[in-house]
Design a protein around this ligand. Sequence first.
Ligand SMILES: C[S@@+](CC[C@H](N)C(=O)[O-])C[C@H]1O[C@@H](n2cnc3c(N)ncnc32)[C@H](O)[C@@H]1O
Length: 329
Amino acid sequence: MTNQNIESFPPLVDPQNLQPLLPCDAGLCSKSGANYQVLSGIPRVVPKLTNYADAFGEQWKRWRLTQLDSHTGTSITADRLNRCLGDELVHKLSGQGEIQILEAGCGAGRFTEILLGYPVVRLTSADLSSAVESNQINFPQDQRHRIVQCDICLAPFKPDSFDVVVCLGVIQHTPNPELTIRKLFEQVKPNGWLVFDHYAPSFKHYTKITAMLLRPILKRLSPSSRMRACEILTAMFLPAHKFFRHAPLAQKLLSRVSPMLTYFHELPQLNDQLQYEWALLDTHDSLTDWYKHLRTTTQIKSTLNKLGAVEIHVVTGGNGVEARCRKVA
Ligand SMILES: C[S@@+](CC[C@H](N)C(=O)[O-])C[C@H]1O[C@@H](n2cnc3c(N)ncnc32)[C@H](O)[C@@H]1O
């Protein structure tokens, strides 16, 4: 099982009462009698193994490599992560001394790959869905990398456990973003950092009419039907997006009718095969997510202020809002 490397990371606790979880016949047990399975070497600290994030688990199984920089031969993911971390934190990660990071909502591991590239990092990658298995195939657990299946709002760690909590592409998909931000902030050590992003309201979000009509249907289909539906949509619409790749206005108009997310314009460095894979993956992502919340920079700032965070930095960028802050020392 996984925790041969247990001493390298903040200890696992029962999220219900913060009692230590220790290896036992059932997997991991607490003194109060709770027990959690360890499957394929990954602790499953979730009440039940199926949950609202199941579509993500399927998605990251199928597109396990698609968005990894090592697969695309680009620095798209590194650039996004480093921009969100900011210069001071990137400098710290490039220095010396161990830094414990919680990667909340790790998916298949596009950010896992970059974070593990910093030798000082001890990384705990957590996800609610079976994406943890894809993450493990991509980046097997070792002395520097631990994987846990859990709800980040009910995380199996004591408060103040991590120097840095990173959560990119996730919070908008949780039931209550403000609660999620509070729970993530709780995990940060005094003087540590919370780094995250969030979807923001935009003209784009409110005018993708076909997507708005399709999503309530698609997200209720079986995993294979959801995939098939997205493949059909891609076959129907991607050629038109490609045809208008150099015509921004036509592309914008098409995007109001087409339910697809495409990257011909935004990420021209991706070749045709990668354009296809990214479009299919992100169309699946955007049409099958159970929750899709939007928050403005003002709302995110207000949430962080209420938590007593300091050095609050919230900007418009990336997928909407990019934010980081620190906990007082
Ligand atoms: C859009 S994916 C992003 C994954 C990864 N961060 C990336 O950018 O590639 C969102 C991920 O958040 C996970 N997730 C959603 N709600 C969660 C929760 N409450 N706790 C942990 N993970 C969650 C999903 O299972 C999914 O893998």
